[in-house]
Design a protein around this ligand. Structure first.
Ligand code: XMP
Length: 528
């Protein structure tokens, strides 16, 4: 760091700004982010913004169309969220989904009323009129409904395109204005042709050509990083996870030796991970790497702390403080590179007012306000699957690109209650067994995340002729497309049996193993 550090720098310009963009207005649906991901899968840039964001929020973006998400409200609720006038004034196409469709109808002069019964689950819709949105689809398709209110009278200018048993207007269209409404959810997998409908909207209605590709992203991001950092040096925190690895590789490609990576070994990593990080980044990637062994500092900060959010904040603060300390030794270090992803940004509530903080993500929420380094966050606009594609395109090793996500606070949030070295060591041994067995079973790539959790419950057991009193260990394995929703993995019973046997036999201190069968929602992936 320079002796006179400047003000924190603004984040680099979003490299996506030169791309055709679809903007999703978030009306509070659980699956709003999924809509954005689906659009990105069509090689089209997409941003999710709160429904009440001002027009300036999208200034500089090449917006080609809007999507109104679903949401829990009824248009007749007193405080029902409404689409802002600036969106209609833009003259761009709009696709309303579920609540978004009712809203579109309501605001444009149609009539919405309570449905005879709530329609939830699979339904079949039948086309009555050709429409750009359903081009290339059969006359009848399966869709996923989830709504109470329904449209009773179309707004002027609209025609009904398809109906379902319960909705006379399951799809409505005003092709002249490029306005469309879907009473169901095209973004979920239960609407098998939903992606085609979204593609029709993006390509045929909004005329996006689809230039949002890994190659373009890399070129543009490299240019944006060079512009942002000039001749300053960038420090990057490596965690061993895919996000920081891809972020570091991108920054390295942009500025080479101006990048110095700092690997803070916080003592909260998995078994063998610290050694692996050092070898991989020094040997394979030839990146300047400073290895800081800081286990004691972190454990001291965590002594007697049981609250998960306090753990996160303390770990986040300690991490950044160590960075600042280390960075003082690096002349001209002016920036901190982080592997923050788009879901972190959205889940931390920093994408707009009113969004609820679910967990304070270390990458976003834990930074102390007095931090003196500017931020370089080249993945801030990406979803995880996009990061993996970028990682592959950058030539990173496969095992790194496909590594399961690992939270910044590490094992501290998998060690329930107080975190001690002894408990961490027990957890590491159990976790290693889970990982090895899942890999050996050839299931690693099919699973989003799998790990052991050390509960703070001790239970009675019997081993040989002895009564034991040890920790209960939980195994978590989830399948997911992203971390917003997840389901517990149906691991084969034989695999679970092997994991359980090995843990109780090989890990001193654990005498019971349970399998977590909670989906997200209502559970979260991590236990804390
Ligand atoms: P949850 O537990 O909220 O986790 O379902 C969703 C995803 O986020 C990861 N996670 C974190 N990552 N800092 C991180 O960097 C955190 O504090 C944190 N908490 C959860 C979690 O592993 C999962 O991939």
């Amino acid at each position: 760091m320079t002796d006179t550090p400047g003000e924190p720098q603004p984040p680099a310009a979003n490299p996506a700004r030169s791309h055709e963009t679809i903007v999703v207005l978030d009306f509070g649906a659980q699956y709003s982010m999924l809509i954005a991901r689906r659009i990105r899968e069509l090689n089209t840039y997409c941003e999710l913004i709160p429904w009440d964001a001002p027009a300036e929020r999208i200034a500089g973006l090449d917006v080609r169309g809007f999507i109104f998400s679903g949401g829990p409200s009824s248009v007749y609720d007193e405080a029902a969220p409404m689409a802002p006038q600036w969106v209609y004034d833009s003259g761009k196409p709009i696709l309303g989904i579920c609540y978004g469709m009712q809203l579109l109808a309501h605001q444009l002069g149609g009539r919405v009323g309570p449905g005879a019964e709530r329609e939830f689950g699979p339904a079949s819709i039948t086309r009555s009129t050709p429409a750009a949105l359903l081009e290339g689809l059969p006359d009848s398709v399966e869709v996923w409904m989830s709504h109470g209110d329904r449209l009773e009278e179309l707004p002027p200018g609209f025609v009904s395109v398809a109906h379902s048993g319960n909705s006379p207007y399951a799809v409505m269209a005003d092709p002249a204005r490029g306005y469309y409404g879907l009473q169901f959810h095209p973004e979920v997998v239960h609407t098998p042709r939903g992606k085609d409908m979204l593609r029709n909207f993006v390509r045929n209605v909004c005329h996006c050509k689809g230039g949002w590709t890994a190659g373009n992203f890399i070129d543009e991001t490299v240019a944006a990083i060079r512009e942002q950092v000039g001749d300053g040096r960038v420090i990057c925190g490596l965690s061993g996870g895919v996000d920081s690895a891809v972020a570091a590789a991108l920054v390295h490609r942009a500025i080479g030796d101006q990048l110095v990576c700092i690997f803070v070994d916080n003592g909260l990593l998995r078994s063998g991970e610290a050694e692996e990080v050092v070898t991989t980044f020094r040997r394979n990637m030839h990146i300047n790497l400073v290895h800081v062994e800081a286990e004691n500092k972190f454990l001291a900060q965590l002594a007697e702390v049981t609250n998960p959010e306090t753990k996160r904040i303390r770990i986040g603060n300690t991490f950044v403080r160590i960075f600042e300390e280390e960075s003082r030794a690096i002349e001209d270090a002016r920036f901190l590179c982080q592997g923050t992803l788009y879901p972190d940004v959205i889940e931390s509530g920093s994408h707009g007012k009113g969004a609820q903080v679910i967990k304070t993500h270390h990458n976003v929420g834990g930074l102390p306000p007095d931090m003196k380094l500017g931020l370089v966050e080249p993945l801030r606009y990406l979803f995880k699957d996009e990061v993996r594609r970028i990682g592959e395109a950058l030539g990173l090793p496969e095992e790194m690109v496909w590594r399961h996500p690992f939270p910044g606070p590490g094992l501290a949030i998998r060690c329930i209650g107080e975190v001690t070295k002894e408990k961490l060591d027990i957890l590491r041994r159990a976790d290693r067994i889970v990982m090895d067995e899942v890999r050996d079973a050839g299931l690693y790539r099919d699973i989003w995340q799998t790990f052991a959790v050390l509960t703070d419950t001790k239970t009675v057991g019997v081993q040989g002729d002895y009564r034991t009193y040890g920790y209960a260990c939980a195994i978590r394995a989830v399948v997911a497309d992203d971390a917003m929703t997840a389901d517990w993995a149906r691991l084969p019973h034989e695999l679970l049996a092997r994991i359980s046997n090995r843990i109780v036999n090989e890990v001193h201190g654990i005498n019971r193993v349970v399998y977590d069968i909670t989906p997200k929602p209502p559970g979260t992936i991590e236990w804390e």
